[in-house]
Design a protein around this ligand. Structure first.
Ligand SMILES: C[S@@+](CC[C@H](N)C(=O)[O-])C[C@H]1O[C@@H](n2cnc3c(N)ncnc32)[C@H](O)[C@@H]1O
Length: 251
């Protein structure tokens, strides 16, 4: 894998800076927010050929940047010793789902990956979510994701569940345990309902990864994650890339 050229590096840094500024500018100042620019330079996502191979396809179908995509890729591999399925709620056009599904296919026993979405946009927006009304991200379809995962990528261990999770589709998850759950649903109540379903099914060592932690538009997700910090059966990690990672430490 060749190293990034200086101009590629500067372009990417510029893109992230603009992205971060775009999150902040034009919004009322939120307490506790500021531009976060870590200065560490370790960037393994640029040097993992298998990740880069799937990311080339995923990037056209995701709202999630490569740092967070790589973290999903890396963390899922660390659940290889656990039992249970993998669940993603919040699929949109299938980008992060493709990354999880490709990684899962390389794990012992090729665990099933459930990709769950209404395919009609965000649901359960409440007063906890200042920027959401419901229906956002409806510009996708079950057909689009089926085509990406099954036809283009040939990922057979994926099951697509259409409808509100857990209310309408959780009954279709046949495994008693869930080792890994990616929650990318943008709003408080959706995330809380998904966690309430998944947590009792998760073995010790299982992981819940939240997208949008710390994004000013997704204040409901930040609140929902922070509420878990006092609970004794988990460790909550604030990753500066916009993920929160919750590790189950006791049954
Ligand atoms: C930001 S998008 C997901 C982005 C995606 N992970 C990617 O790779 O870009 C949020 C998605 O969550 C879905 N969603 C929100 N709440 C849901 C729920 N309770 N059940 C199913 N889908 C939900 C919406 O339909 C929307 O497609």
């Amino acid at each position: 894998m060749s190293a990034l050229t200086a101009s590629q590096w500067i372009r990417r840094l510029g893109g992230r800076l603009l992205g971060g500024l775009g999150q902040i500018l034009g919004r009322p100042p939120a307490p506790c927010h500021g531009l976060v620019l870590p200065t560490a330079t370790y960037a393994p996502w640029n040097h993992d050929p298998e990740f880069l191979d799937i990311y080339r396809v995923a990037r056209e179908n995701t709202l999630v940047d490569e740092l967070r995509c790589f973290e999903l890729w890396q963390l899922l591999a660390q659940t290889a010793h656990l039992e249970g399925a993998i669940v993603e709620v919040g699929v949109w056009r299938g980008g992060t789902g493709a990354i999880l599904a490709r990684r899962a296919a390389s794990l012992p026993g090729s665990p099933t990956v459930y990709l769950c979405d209404t395919f009609r946009g965000v649901v359960k927006a409440t007063r906890e979510d200042a920027s959401y009304r419901g229906g956002e991200h409806s510009d996708t379809s079950l057909g689009h994701v089926t085509d990406l995962l099954h036809r283009r990528l040939g990922l057979g261990t994926v099951r697509l569940l259409e409808g509100i999770f857990p209310d309408q589709t959780a009954g279709q998850v046949t495994e008693p345990k869930v080792r890994f759950c990616h929650i990318d649903v943008d709003v408080y109540q959706s995330a809380a309902d998904i966690l309430a379903w998944v947590w009792p099914r998760m073995p010790v060592g299982g992981l819940v990864v939240y997208d949008d932690y710390g994004f000013p538009r997704c204040d409901g997700i930040t609140r929902h994650v922070d509420e878990q910090r006092v609970l004794p059966d988990r460790v909550v990690i604030h990753n500066l890339n916009g993920h929160a990672v919750v590790v189950k430490t006791a049954g």
